[in-house]
Structure formats: C-alpha cells, structure tokens
Design a protein around this ligand. Structure first.
Ligand code: KIV
Ligand code: ZN
Length: 495
C-alpha cells in the first residue's frame, strides 16, 4: 500500500484526505445551481472547515463554471489553503480548460475521468475496452503535462469488471495519476462488496503504492457513508463527499456524517490506519466545530433544506423528545448522547445580537456564519438588521442568515417581466403570452401552451430568453438541470 508519507499535493498520507465536491457534484443536484459569488462564499467556508481538496467545478462545462474554478483558485487556493481541483473528461479540450482555470492556484489538481463499465462502454461511449485503456493512459499523461497532481476516475468503477479495472488503474498510474478514484456512480454497492473492491485494487494493481486510493459514491440505496467506512478499512485514504450529502439523485456521500463517524469512533478506525488503538489523534484535518455553520451556509445558498432528522446537522439531531431520554440527558449527557452538539459548532441558535449591537459585532457574527461581505453589501445588510432589531428584541443567527440571503445573495435582474397574460378554463388549453425586456432594453414577446397556467408562463418565458451559448447549444435563463447537456453542447456523457 502507500508508502510515502506525503501525497503529490503535500498532504500527509497517514490520515484521511477529505475531498469536497459540493461545488461540482453537489451542484448537480436538481435545482441547486449556484452563481460564482455563492460558490466563492462556500469555498471560503470549506477552507475554514479544513477540507484538503475543493473540487470547484467542471471548467469546460460552461463559462460560469470556468470562472468559478478560476476565482476559487485565485481566492482560496493559497499556499497554505486547500488543493483546488477541476473535473475534466478524458478529452484534450476539457483538460486544457481545467489547466487554464487552475493556473492561479498554488496547488492545483486536474481530475480526469472515463467510464470503464461494459454497460457504459457499449451504450454510452460506444468504445471498446482497448480504446478506453488507451484514452485513459493518453489523457492522464496529457493532464500530467500541465501539473504534477492528477486524479483519474474510472467512472462506474463499481459495475466494471475488476480485472479490466486493475489494468486501467495500472496504466493511469504509470502515466502519472497520483490519485485513483473509485466511483460507485449509481450507488449500487453494499458495504462489504465495496470494501472488497478496494482491497482487490490494493492487492492487484502492481503500482498502487504510487497513488492514493480515493472513493466517490452516491446514496441511491442509503449506504454511501457505510460504503466509505468499509473502503477505509480496506485501503482507501481519500473520501469524496459533499456538505449535507447534496448531489445527483439521492445525493453524494455526506461529508459531515463521514467526518463525525471518523471522529466519534476514531479508536475503532485507528487500527486500519496503523495507529495505536488508544490514539486520540484526529483522523482527518477537519475542524468539526465548523460543520454546522457550513451545513447552514450550503443549505441557504443552494435552497436545499436539510431534513430535520438528518444525522449530525439536522435540526433534531441533538433534540430529545421522549421523557425518559430527557430525564437521562439531564442527569448525565452521555446516557443518550454519543457526541456533544458543540463539537459540530451547534450553538442551539444562541441569541447573539440585539438593537444595541454595532456594525463591527454584526460583521464579525456574519463572518462566523460564513458570510464575508464587502462594505457596500454590509451596509445594506446592516440597515435591514437594525430595522429588524427595532421590531424584534433578539436577532438570532437564523434571522441574520435570512437577511443576507434576501439582501445580498440576490441574483441580479437581467431580464424584466413586463407583461404576462394567461388564459385557461375547463375546456381551454392553458396558454400564456409574456413580454420580457432583455438586458439590452429590447422587448420580446412570445406565447406557449403548458400543462397548466404556471407551466404555460414558464414555457413562454423560456421561449423568449433562450440564447445560443458559445458551445453552440442553448442556455436557458429559467431552465432546469436538464440544460447541463446543452451547456456542453456536444454528445458527451452526462456526469
Ligand atoms: O459519480 C461519478 O462517477 C462522478 C465521476 C465524475 C467521478 O461524479
Ligand atoms: Zn458523482
């Protein structure tokens, strides 16, 4: 297994590397699209949280993704900050875009991938195994020509034939991959199977000692965290995860759950990392007290609510309703609690500000909540805060988050809805006509039929604002995640 004490990016190899992909795979959650400023705000908080790697986006996917990767690289990718990573298909243009966007980062990583399962090869890529092997090797080498730190993922590894997987990984490592990532792309595996897969890789890929084994998983069957913990026991040292577990379909493996499992049960995991059984040394570089704050920030900015009973960061995660439990906890916390709410930075929504609080206290508290505002934004938010403090004696953290969300994180108005007219009835087909003023001041009118009046309005708006993008596809201002394919504008696989 890995013998060097440091990885290509200078990360200590004797602990678990946390690779956060909230801004890339997480942002692929339906409806979770973030703008560049929001991504930057999250990236700064991820750095405070102490993640080792931030996958900031997929630089080639769209100009917005490119800018986000570049800005995160510039702002957060400092010498003592995290490694900044961009995803790239095993295609030259993708790798070039990733390398370009990552230039400002002190430590950059290109993460390139190609599918290896027969089902993807046959139906999606329409390529033979020999072709995929050659492409993987060539594109890893190409990525390596731009930077030292290269990650390779055989997509749908969990459903790939193990012998073929070993070959692809061996060739990718020989070509320069410093991390090989094993994705369970469709969330199909059970924990013991995933553990065996990782052990098979550790034992059968001849040059595996030259790379870190990473895992990436989706939560379709609800076992993504369990799969990763089993992977660690079998040699995985990097975990790819997202805050609140957001991501495609049922989401990605949840960072806060993994980190707290490794924190609360560190003595259980010590043996698998070759540490003394009683060692209290943290297994990750994460500052667990930042977890709750990070969860709230991501939930606020993506608009994806956290279910109340969600492990670690759900509103009920530390609440005790049953009389017997309450009685026990009052007598001794450990009767019904395995971890302290303060260890994740959960302050029980403590009241911190009131109408006598000044601008400095306000700014400091917002910073603690992960919002680093410029002077102008701060002034606007401060006015709102004072208005609220006049009406409400105590202003909570949740109020502050709401103020920032309302006032600051608003998407700039590019298109203005000038006029809307809808007709519908029991025998009529719902039809809407809209007039929209474009950013250039031009007025455009169009009409559409929908499944209901609201749908008709949205369809009509979409017809008006469809703009051809630079890749020849179509970008829709009020579209859904289905537009991702169009953003790339070719017949590439979805990720
Ligand atoms: O789920 C997946 O396979 C991915 C890869 C691009 C790593 O997100
Ligand atoms: Zn994924």
């Amino acid at each position: 297994m890995n013998t060097h004490s440091q990885s290509a990016s200078g990360i200590d190899r004797d602990r678990i590397i946390i690779f956060d992909t909230t801004l890339r795979d997480g942002e692929q959650s339906p409806g979770a699209t973030l703008n560049v400023d929001e991504k930057l705000t999250i990236a700064r908080q991820l750095a405070r949280l102490g993640v080792d790697v931030i996958e900031a986006g997929f630089a080639y996917a769209s100009p917005g993704d490119f800018e986000a990767v570049q800005k995160v690289a510039e702002t957060v990718g400092t010498a003592d900050g995290p490694v900044i990573c961009s995803l790239a298909r095993a295609i030259k243009a993708d790798i070039e875009a990733a390398a370009e966007a990552l230039k400002p980062a002190a430590k950059g990583r290109i993460h390139t991938f190609i599918s290896t399962s027969d089902i993807h090869l046959q139906y999606q890529l329409k390529k033979s195994r020999a072709e995929v092997l050659a492409i993987a090797e060539e594109m890893v080498a190409y990525a390596k020509s731009f930077m030292e730190d290269v990650e390779f993922s055989p997509m749908d590894a969990a459903r790939s034939e193990p012998e073929f997987l070993y070959q692809v990984l061996e060739r990718a490592i020989a070509a320069g991959a410093t991390t090989v990532n094993i994705p369970d792309t469709v969330g199909y595996m059970m924990p013991s199977e995933f553990g065996n897969l990782i052990r098979g890789i550790a034992e059968n890929v001849p040059n595996i000692d030259r790379a870190i084994i990473s895992v990436h998983g989706h939560n379709d069957l609800g076992v993504a965290v369990a799969n990763f913990l089993e992977a660690i026991k079998n040699g995985a040292r990097q975990l790819e995860c997202t805050i609140n577990g957001i991501g495609e379909r049922a989401g990605n493996t949840a960072l806060e759950e993994l980190v707290m499992a490794l924190h609360v049960r560190r003595q259980y995991f010590n043996a698998f990392l070759g540490r003394p059984a009683e060692s209290e040394e943290p297994l990750t570089g994460i500052d667990t007290r930042q977890l709750y704050k990070t969860s709230r920030l991501v939930s606020n900015l993506t608009g994806m609510l956290v279910q109340p009973n969600k492990a670690i960061v759900g509103a009920n995660a530390f609440a005790h309703e049953s009389g017997i439990h309450q009685d026990g906890v009052l007598k001794h916390k450990l009767t019904y609690e395995i971890m302290d709410a303060q260890s994740i930075g959960f302050t029980d929504n403590q009241i911190v500000l009131g109408k006598h609080s000044g601008r400095n206290a306000f700014r400091t508290r917002l910073k603690e909540l992960g919002f680093d505002l410029g002077d102008q934004e701060l002034n606007k938010a401060f006015v709102r805060f004072k208005e609220l403090a006049d009406k409400k004696k105590e202003v909570s953290d949740w109020d502050l988050e709401a103020i920032v969300n309302d006032e600051i994180q608003q998407v700039p108005e590019l298109f203005k809805l000038e006029h809307v007219q809808v007709s519908c009835g029991d025998h009529a087909r719902p039809t809407a006509t809209v007039t929209i003023r474009t950013p250039d001041g031009e007025e455009l009118t169009d009409a559409a039929i929908g499944t209901g009046p609201v749908d008709a309005v949205y369809k009509a708006i979409n017809r008006v604002v469809e703009i051809p993008n630079q890749f020849g596809g179509v970008l829709s201002a009020v579209g859904d995640s289905g537009n991702r394919r169009d953003r790339r504008g070719d017949d590439s696989p979805e990720i």
